[in-house]
Design a protein around this ligand. Structure first.
Ligand SMILES: [Fe+2]
Length: 135
């Protein structure tokens, strides 16, 4: 199960890097990713963030990780704000820039959690996070 969750993490990182590379290469190509990116942000990404906020962050705060939780919560807010901007965007250049920004935020957030949050999780935390994220 742990391997599975790490696989999900790697997939998210890979996707974010691909999107950033696409945005750097072609604005039109990046703009075409709008719908699938929004689907991901409202689906797996939202489930992941919602579960962390509802269950995980309070536990981690109780274990002395309030500063880390604060940073991660700010990342979630920033990702949701960009998601709203992306929904409203109609110009190709604007969409491409937001696609790049969201991807960069996701990559940064995934790296932050990997370094500072996930090492603090126990087996039970991991199992629940994975189940809530995937289903
Ligand atoms: Fe998160």
């Amino acid at each position: 199960m742990l391997a599975n969750l790490f696989g999900e993490e790697d997939a998210a990182r890979h996707m974010a890097r691909q999107l950033m590379a696409t945005a750097n290469r072609s604005r039109e190509a990046a703009a075409k990713e709008k719908d699938s990116l929004l689907k991901f942000l409202h689906g797996a990404m939202e489930r992941h963030m919602e579960y962390e906020e509802r269950c995980l962050f309070t536990r981690l705060t109780d274990r002395g990780l309030a500063p880390e939780v604060k940073v991660a919560t700010k990342h979630h807010e920033a990702i949701r704000e960009k998601r709203t901007e992306l929904e409203a965007a109609t110009e190709v250049d604007v969409i491409a820039q937001i696609v790049f920004d969201v991807a960069r935020l996701m990559l940064h957030h995934t790296n932050f959690e990997g370094d500072y949050i996930y090492p603090e999780l126990d087996a039970e935390d991991w199992r629940e996070l994975m189940e809530e994220t995937i289903h």
